[in-house]
Design a protein around this ligand. Structure first.
Ligand SMILES: [Zn+2]
Length: 291
């Protein structure tokens, strides 16, 4: 089982029973989030799921997040291996703007494990102005890494695996990242700067957003525009039928549509150009679903 070119779905532990629905197709896989993530990995593995499975402890997010200088847990690595994770992820803390000490602390500690992926949750400055430093430092240590990029200005895709991303996951894959994970719901598609003021948008009416291909964006179901969807979940119905649908149905639509895009990406002869054309078309579409 390999993570090569996989588009994973990042979920909560409570999604454990929906795993096969959300990530049952080829080229997919799951990332369970939180400190019980390895338990979910074990359950899904025992239930016979044969795709890649990862566990992201996400100590780097939320109001009680830890700094990247925190000691990485060997128990957390061992728990994931024992549970049947495809490869273990470190339980890294957050790497703030210009915090070289945290970046080095995580990469240095990760060297003690042969196959662990060093999770690097970074301030947006690391993928814009300090991008060269980040890439050189990662290359110098030589360990496999996965980025989590805090919300910030748009940035050029980076050829490194991504966790907790939105459509940027496809951009990373198009630019040569080995794998990337898209969050199944809003909070798992972002790393919010702290302190984070919840703007109320994602709680109201549940957390249901549907992916719309034309705009390459997740749209709250209440704001969906005209148009139909031919995915296996919607079967040609108007997109607006998702307004009344259960969260799992909306997320199944998301998984199917993103899987379709992923397949197109893998077949593209020049992936970077394909992605650029797609994003330019989305920006110029003036999609009626846009706010
Ligand atoms: Zn659909």
């Amino acid at each position: 089982m390999d993570l090569h070119e996989r588009l994973l779905v990042q979920v909560s532990v409570r999604d454990v029973y929906d795993a096969a629905t959300l990530a049952g197709h080829p080229g997919s896989g799951l990332v369970f989030t939180g400190q019980a993530g390895h338990d979910a990995v074990r359950m899904v593995r025992r239930a016979g799921y044969d795709g890649p499975l990862l566990a992201d402890r996400r100590r780097y997010a939320g109001s009680a997040r830890v700094r990247g200088t925190a000691r990485l847990s060997a128990d957390w690595i061992a728990d994931q291996v024992e549970a049947g994770a495809t490869t273990p992820l470190t339980d890294s803390g957050y790497i703030g703007e210009g915090d070289h000490e945290s970046l080095h602390a995580i990469l240095e500690q990760a060297l003690q494990w042969d196959d662990a992926v060093a999770v690097l949750p970074v301030h947006a400055r690391w993928v814009t102005g300090d991008r060269g430093t980040l890439l050189h430092t990662v290359a110098d240590y030589g360990s496999p890494v996965a980025l989590v990029v805090e919300d910030g200005p748009p940035y050029r895709p980076i050829p490194l695996p991504l966790l907790s991303a939105g459509v940027a996951a496809l951009g990373a894959l198009a630019h040569g990242a080995r794998w990337a994970a898209i969050g199944v719901r809003e909070v798992l598609r972002h790393l919010y700067p702290e302190p984070h003021e919840a703007r109320g948008g994602w709680r109201r009416g549940g957390a249901r957003s549907a992916f719309v291909v034309e705009g390459l964006e997740f749209v709250p179901v209440e704001r969906l525009g005209e148009g139909t969807c031919g995915c296996a979940a919607c079967r040609g119905r108007p997109l607006r039928h998702l307004v009344e649908a259960e969260e799992l149905h909306v997320n199944t639509h998301n998984a199917r549509v993103l899987h379709g895009l992923h397949n197109r990406l893998l077949r593209a002869t020049h992936r970077e150009r394909w992605w650029q054309a797609l994003t330019e078309a989305a920006a110029g579409a003036g999609s009626p679903t846009k706010r």
